[in-house]
Design a protein around this ligand. Sequence first.
Ligand code: NAP
Length: 278
Amino acid sequence: MTSTDVPAGLMTPHVLVLGGAADARSLISAMQAEPGLNLRVTLSLAGRTSNPSPQQPGAICVTQRVGGFGGAEGLADFVRQQRVACIIDATHPFAARISANAVAAARMTGVPLLRLVRPGWQAGAGDDWRDVADMAAAVAAIGVAPRRVFLTIGRQNLAAFMAAPQHVYVARTIEAADADVQLAHVSWIAARGPFSLAGELALLRAHGIDIIVSKNSGGAATSAKLAAARQLGLPVIMIKRPEYSGGEETGSVADAVVWIRRMIGPHHGACPAAERGE
Ligand code: NAP
């Protein structure tokens, strides 16, 4: 069955989860663990990562689709064609375009939307954070004098640092950076979190890092770098999250499951074998 065919008569409520961050998989695991939740899920990924983390199997039918929808209109078409009952935007807090498209598509179709977004990190005692609005401001905030910079911003915005070739960079990404990202002095580290405090301390010391650039992504998996920076007295240039002007939001996977239950109403019975592709 292709992703656009919906056999007539399949009435199991269909939930669209926009993924691309660990939160979507946590949500689906929580749904799988929830007794009596009868629905089917489409997990949508942009396709940026060639080896996404595997999904835990369970009783709920989860279909994965990969690739853009073609803007807000394309997403709205998908929602209508696939008779989506509700949408969970569990994309990364910095994935502003797909989140805005989800808001627009929800308005166009009248389908309820919830954004599941992990809380941002907060600076505490002993932290030396410099909040900046965007990547260009982050580059400027490193300063003119050459520094040894740890870039933990993912791979998408690294080209911005080509404007400051005087620095020595250590860039950690899950996937290799695009070929057009040419940094004069750079060490590449390919790694996927979670990262430990001991590991982060060792990395920062080994590379003689004196400043860190991070997005305020939030979450426990990658927060050890901030504790390590605090311990070593290193400044962190913290890029603020993009604005979000959508509707309902939660930072809690459990609350998202309660919301889904409320949106789909009472449904009984097991997921039909045909929908599990059997
Ligand atoms: P973006 O700028 O918000 O989205 C760009 C385009 O990619 C969207 O307009 C959409 O294309 C497509 N897209 C994004 N997420 C999608 C999804 N879940 N399913 C289908 N299409 C999707 O996003 P981004 O910053 O490039 O991030 C891409 C993906 O990587 C997101 O899913 C995000 O959760 C994940 N991610 C991003 C970051 C980050 O820092 N930005 C970090 C970790 C993971 P169409 O308009 O054609 O539909």
